[in-house]
Design a protein around this ligand. Structure first.
Ligand SMILES: *[C@@H]1O[C@H](CO)[C@@H](O)[C@H](O)[C@H]1NC(C)=O
Ligand SMILES: *[C@@H]1O[C@H](CO)[C@@H](O)[C@H](O)[C@H]1NC(C)=O
Length: 561
């Protein structure tokens, strides 16, 4: 009996391999004809829809490429910075698991929900990922709620994205329009174009390598009926290596660090309490990741769409997030809506002038228009950035005036009290040892590593620390943390729970005690470099010596801006 079952498995497995081989053979024989690598990722043979139910990637399972094709796979990976070979093997309408919370599966929604246009911008996208996005929208959305799909081509250079794409989408059962940008315009301007040409009451933006899951759309549209609410689904992870589908968490939400990088952080207790522990209710999120969201068309206009002075992409997601909150709107992650996204480790795109400068420019616009004095956190930790020209922001500042938007301090207080940028703080700048004149330095080390100490350079960057009103010593989103007597001073994610991250500082130099940084839990004092390692500070019993005295100062920014 057992043996029989085993044989069946072996037989089935070898059958799959044979099919795989045939498929790969077919693939390469076709590709041998292409003289340009870029022409790979070909338009689907018609069988791309009718692969077997247990075919590669079905049910969101990972695709494993056999050893003999690994070299080829690596070559192909470079084209889009994801495993194109795996993507090509997966049906354009593959099945996915239902990853929703149980409580989401039988929720009822009103039947007068607004209709949405889905706007997808692409640039040199692979055929399989783009069309899998489109098919997943069509297959998993009630067509009564789907006005159209608008594909905005940001000047792709691949022939299969021209006429073949137009011909392919013509036979789909939902209207799909292909719109072309005349020249490379970047995500922001291409989205604006797509939005302006679309007609649905709601605009839903998706990236070009997504997969929507069962029931993704209704809960989004249901929230939009609320005034001024902008909604994002939970973003699930489609592996860039195997295309495995992995459910994202409803326990993280969007934040940002001092460098104005978008980051996921744990949903705080106060937000769980507000929802009385019901995880199927939408989470109020301080920021959105940017790729996927739905917004009412009129509201999108009213709050000023995107900052058209921003280039390509980067920073626009924080800009629209700050704007929504500060100008009276609400931004939510709808936890009953799941959309998968292929996360890449590197971008396959190049931009004139390089991505770094573009993101710096966009971030400066964001900081100058919306962040008030808190922009200093960004400028001090990334000093080079103040040299970047950010163009003219008068129209965006005027928009902020016109909409009577609230200050950034209000946002920090009310929307994002657990922000990495402290609302109140004693100092933002270097922390200097009185005896050695050296400064705390994060040495560009990461989470769970020791903080360093080094000659002061006065240039901000790695030597910027903030002693906050909550008595944490922070450098960006890491806090100085000591967990044992005489133990090393580590940099851990700030947890806002005091505990091992609580430090007392008294700046007034009156009696012996003063200028010490006392680690409260251990009742020990921060001291100069340890004997074992001259580049890390230590904690020792408080001895009132100069090596345990520290000067905390606000840095002043150079007057270049
Ligand atoms: C994909 O489409 C084909 C052809 O219409 C169909 O036979 C197949 O069942 C579909 N697959 C899924 C998972 O719906
Ligand atoms: C540093 O700046 C903050 C914010 O402006 C202020 O509240 C604080 O008192 C300043 N600290 C010092 C030591 O000057």
């Amino acid at each position: 009996m057992r043996r029989f079952a085993y044989c069946k498995v072996v037989l089935a497995t070898s059958l799959v391999w044979v099919m795989l081989d045939m498929f790969i053979l077919l693939y390469f024989s076709e590709c041998n004809k292409c003289d340009d690598k870029k022409e790979r990722g070909l338009p689907g043979r018609d069988d791309a829809l009718s692969r077997p139910r247990d075919g590669p990637g079905e049910g969101g399972k990972p695709v494993v490429i056999p050893k003999e094709n690994q070299e080829k796979m690596k070559e192909m990976f470079k084209i889009n910075q994801f495993n194109l070979m795996a993507s090509e093997m997966i049906a354009l309408n593959r099945s996915l698991p239902d990853v929703r919370l149980e409580g989401c599966k039988n929720k009822l929604y009103p039947d007068n929900l607004p209709r949405t246009s889905v706007v997808i911008v692409f640039h040199n996208e692979a055929w399989s990922t783009l069309l899998r996005t489109v098919h997943s929208v069509i297959d998993r959305s009630p067509h009564t709620l789907l006005e159209e799909i608008v594909l905005v081509d940001d000047a792709s250079e691949r022939d299969f994205l021209k006429r073949p794409l137009e011909q392919y989408v013509r036979r789909l059962e939902v209207p799909v329009r292909v719109v072309r940008m005349e020249q490379r315009s970047g995500l922001i301007r291409a989205r604006l174009k797509g939005a302006s040409l679309s007609t649905g009451q709601v605009i839903t933006f998706l990236d070009a390598h997504c997969e929507c899951t069962t029931g993704w759309l209704e809960p989004l549209l249901a929230r939009i009926k609320q005034d001024k609410t902008v909604v994002c689904p939970i973003i699930d992870v489609i592996s860039d290596d195997t295309f495995e589908y992995m459910a994202g968490s409803d326990m993280t939400y969007g934040g940002f660090n001092w460098k104005l990088n978008f980051r996921w952080y744990p949903v705080p207790q106060r937000e769980m309490d507000r929802r009385k522990g019901d995880r199927t209710l939408p989470v109020r999120t301080p920021t959105m990741a940017g790729g996927l969201f739905s917004i009412d068309r009129d509201y999108f206009q009213e709050i000023g769409t995107y900052d058209a002075g921003m280039d390509i992409w980067g920073g626009e997601n924080l800009e629209i997030s700050f704007r929504i909150w500060q100008c009276g709107g609400t931004l939510e992650i709808v936890t009953c809506s799941h959309v998968g996204h292929v996360f890449r480790k590197a971008t396959p795109y190049t931009f004139p002038g390089g991505t770094g400068q573009i993101i710096n420019k966009n971030n400066r616009r964001l900081a100058e228009v919306w962040m008030d004095e808190f922009k200093n956190f960004f400028y001090i930790i990334s000093p080079g950035v103040t040299k970047v020209d950010y163009g003219d922001i008068t129209s965006r500042s005027a928009l902020r005036q016109k909409l009577q938007c609230k200050p950034f301090s209000w946002y920090l207080e009310n929307v994002y009290p657990d922000s990495q940028i402290p609302r109140h703080y004693y100092s933002l700048g270097e922390i200097r040892n009185v005896e050695t004149n050296q400064c705390l330095d994060n040495m560009a080390r990461k989470e769970n590593e020791k903080v360093g100490i080094f000659n002061c350079h006065g240039m901000g960057g790695n030597q910027v620390f903030s002693y906050t009103a909550n008595k944490e010593i922070r450098t960006d989103d890491l806090c100085l943390d000591v967990s044992k007597l005489n133990g090393p001073v580590m940099m851990l994610k700030c947890h806002h729970l005091k505990g091992n991250q609580l430090w007392e500082y008294d700046p007034v130099w009156v009696i012996l005690q003063k200028l010490t940084l006392i680690h409260v839990n251990s009742n020990q004092c921060l001291d100069k470099a340890s004997e074992e390692d001259s580049q890390v500070p230590s904690v020792r019993d408080c001895s009132h010596t100069r090596s345990q005295q520290w000067l905390l100062r606000n840095v002043t920014l150079p007057e270049v801006f």
